[in-house]
Design a binder for this molecule. Structure first.
Ligand code: BGC
Length: 724
């Protein structure tokens, strides 16, 4: 905590503005030769060094070079010396801005201490299709919420002195043919849904780096998309830092460098040894300048952007030397991972208050618990987590980490149960007969099940990144059914990247979505099962059968990356992703966006809203109506004034997680800024904030539970607000 406060203080007092950084960078770059500038923009080592991306030193200038390293769940390839954090979908599920910031800050420190300049995260791509492989690396389906999460992580990281690289700009929303596909996104949805989190990252968090995506947008590969990179990101949004390519997504120099790409990563033409002399960029940049294909200023600008970002990040002085293997797996980090893991558990079902299992609450006379399923057992740790064997702490790909250890649920639960004098029996495999025989003798059975997903370069159990289907793996459904058939007190814990089918939903008493909680996974679930932590996680996505979503991934044959032939992903649903689609089509989801139970209950009342110059100030009272302390997440949804046509019925625009003692009531404020009150007008070619008409303000606990409603004029109110 002291570290975080010191950080906030330091960052506020020492932070350099972009203008100051610009002045310093211009001065520094003034005597750079073209050869040096070219070495700044062209990656070296081609992923054969300790960093997944690197830039050569310029000794004459005392410039030590740059190191880039993945990724959202912590420092990759650190051989167990760094924290293996939870998946971003878990961090999101906490709906807790402070925790998000703390995670960003703690991760940022781990990168900086190792001399890593750029952390390759966060990812703010949108959960558009639940089978999509990398949904666990980002923050769910809602652009406002994804943006908010990204902003907190970026602020935390950058306050620790690490450059955050927000990725993948833009529209990389599935794995299949990511490098040979076109995400065809209508202009309004492109801005409001897919670009918006990047917009927030630039405007609200001053992000220092952006990574582009593999795919094309509306026919033009992102790395060659001048409109996106130069006109939109650098022009309209005003981004000041560099854009780096995703790994080996550049196939030429003219179109990519000319379009506004600033860094070619990892430098070579394809996977293989260090590229020297065999890059699409390198000396070919000079050839293009000589031929007048793009001007000298393009190279000057790319170099300036890199150096400007480094000054802004405070990295041009006293930056540690690269050392990937220093130990940063501190007790604080373990505790924070455990807390986020616990707070991200989403309690989906808790019939008869079957949970928590604690002495005081033990009217059910629980003396023996059965823990069933291989997902409760120690994990086998494969390269880049390319296997699912034992409990599932993270998915696979570049966004995962080398674990030092994983606390398995069975060990953590057994230890915790001892304190209650409860006996634990187990069946540590997925065999239904063994599971049922173990469960039959217990007062309560907890079945651990899983499904994983990841990045397309690894295929796990037939899943090439994207999941083949939304079923649990390893016959999880059969296991749950067999256990539930013999034990009426069955609880299911699901480790997965997102929604799975729940054919057993009505046959069990409890369901927890635990996501992918990282190294402390066992402790995090034990904390919630035994009531040491009151669950307060909420779904950052809509949970429904696959066919009810507006969109899906495709499983076309693999095409060569960067070619003319592309899988076409038509974003015909436009703005209507996630809950917006379910509202429009009036489809009842299995669980709505924002859903999540607690061991206590909350009541919302007294909704009021005032439009002021800076935005909408909403107030409401939250009361803990149960008999234990807990955290509520009041959520605000808005309907826009009627003249905004073809618009979602309601949009998620505000939340404020609040801890309340039993019986306590608090009046809280939720502020919605002018950007969140705007829509993108394709004719005006900009975000527009309505000045007339009325917004309808809804408040409640999730997208389908909004008991409070008021209206507010879009015009600025003359009434004064009582500041809380
Ligand atoms: C991924 C990026 C990652 C990069 C470096 C790519 O395959 O898409 O997210 O940062 O590799 O490992």
């Amino acid at each position: 905590m002291k570290f975080i406060l010191a950080l906030i203080f330091l960052s506020k007092t020492l932070a350099m503005t972009w203008e100051e950084a610009d002045l310093k960078a211009r001065e520094w770059c003034a005597d750079l030769t073209n050869e040096e500038k070219i070495s700044l923009v062209t990656g070296r080592e081609n992923m054969t060094g300790v960093c997944v991306g690197s830039i050569d030193p310029i000794e004459r200038k005392d410039f030590a070079g740059l190191c880039m390293q993945d990724g959202p769940a912590g420092v990759r390839f650190a051989n167990g010396t760094a924290t293996s954090w939870q998946a971003s979908i878990n961090t999101a599920a906490t709906f807790d801005r402070d925790l998000l910031y703390k995670v960003g800050a703690a991760q940022g420190k781990e990168f900086r201490d190792r001399g890593i300049n750029y952390a390759l995260g966060p990812s703010v791509n949108i959960l558009r299709a639940p089978a999509s492989g990398r949904i666990w690396e980002a923050y769910g389906e809602d652009p406002f919420f994804v943006g908010e999460c990204g902003v907190q992580i970026i602020k935390g990281m950058q306050d620790s002195g690490t450059i955050a690289t927000v990725k993948h700009f833009v529209g990389n929303d599935q794995e299949n043919n990511r490098g040979a596909s076109s995400s065809n996104i209508p202009e309004q949805a492109l801005w409001e849904v897919y670009i918006d989190p990047f917009y927030r990252a630039v405007k609200d968090a001053e992000v220092h780096a952006v990574m582009s995506s593999y795919n094309a947008i509306n026919g033009t590969y992102s790395v060659q998309n001048k409109k996106l990179l130069t006109d939109y990101l650098k022009g309209k949004i005003g981004y000041q830092g560099p854009v780096m390519s995703d790994w080996w997504s550049i196939y030429d120099v003219e179109k990519s460098f000319g379009a506004g790409m600033d860094i070619n990563m990892p430098g070579g033409k394809a996977w293989g040894p260090d590229y020297i002399g065999n890059s699409y960029w390198g000396e070919h940049i000079q050839e293009c300048i000589d031929k007048g294909i793009f001007p000298q200023e393009r190279l000057d600008d790319a170099a300036l952007r890199i150096i400007r970002s480094l000054f802004k990040a405070g990295q041009m002085e006293n930056f540690p030397k690269v050392n990937l293997y220093i130990d940063t797996l501190t007790e604080e980090n373990k505790a924070l991972n455990r807390k986020v893991g616990a707070d991200s558990n989403v309690l989906l079902k808790n019939d008869d208050s079957i949970l928590p299992i604690s002495k005081e609450n033990n009217k059910k006379k629980i003396k023996k618990i059965a823990i069933i399923g291989k997902d409760a057992m120690p994990s086998k740790l494969c390269n880049d987590m390319g296997c699912a064997d034992g409990t599932l702490p993270l998915g696979w790909g570049s966004g995962t980490t080398d674990f030092k250890y994983v606390i398995d649920p069975l060990s953590a639960i057994t230890e915790r149960a001892k304190k209650e004098g409860i006996k634990v029996v187990s069946s540590g495999n997925d065999n239904i007969i063994s599971g049922a025989l173990t469960a039959i003798k217990a007062d309560l059975a907890i079945v651990f099940v899983q499904a994983s997903s990841g990045e397309e370069y690894i295929t796990v159990e037939g899943n090439k990144g994207d999941r083949q289907n939304l079923d649990l793996w390893h016959h999880g459904n059969d296991l749950v059914k067999a256990v539930a058939a013999v034990n009426k007190n069955t609880i299911v814990v699901i480790h997965a990247p997102g929604p799975v089918n729940l054919p057993f939903k009505n046959k069990v008493k409890g369901i927890i979505f635990a996501g992918m909680p990282g190294q402390e996974t066992g402790n995090s679930i034990a904390d919630v099962l035994f009531g040491d932590v009151n669950p307060s996680g909420h779904l950052p996505f809509t949970w429904a059968p696959r066919e009810d979503y507006p969109t899906d991934v495709k499983y076309d044959e693999t095409l060569p990356g960067g070619g003319e032939q592309k899988t076409q992903y038509d974003y015909d649903e436009g703005l209507f992703i996630g809950y917006r689609w379910f509202d429009k089509k009036n489809i009842e989801p299995t669980y709505p966006f924002g859903y999540g139970l607690s061991y206590t209950t909350f009541n919302y009342s007294g909704l009021d809203a005032i439009m002021e110059e800076d935005g909408l100030h909403v107030t409401l009272t939250v009361t803990n109506t149960g008999d234990i302390a807990g955290a509520a997440v009041p959520m605000i949804f808005l309907s826009f004034p009627e003249f905004v046509k073809d618009y979602p019925i309601r949009l998620f625009k505000g939340f404020n997680k609040t801890i309340l003692e039993a019986g306590e009531a608090k009046e809280i404020e939720i502020f919605i800024d002018n950007h969140a009150l705007s829509y993108y007008d394709v004719e005006v070619k900009d975000y527009v904030k309505p000045k007339e008409g009325e917004y309808v303000v809804y408040a409640g606990s999730n997208a389908r539970d909004l008991p409070l409603k008021t209206t507010v004029s879009a015009a600025i109110s003359k009434k004064r607000r009582n500041h809380l």
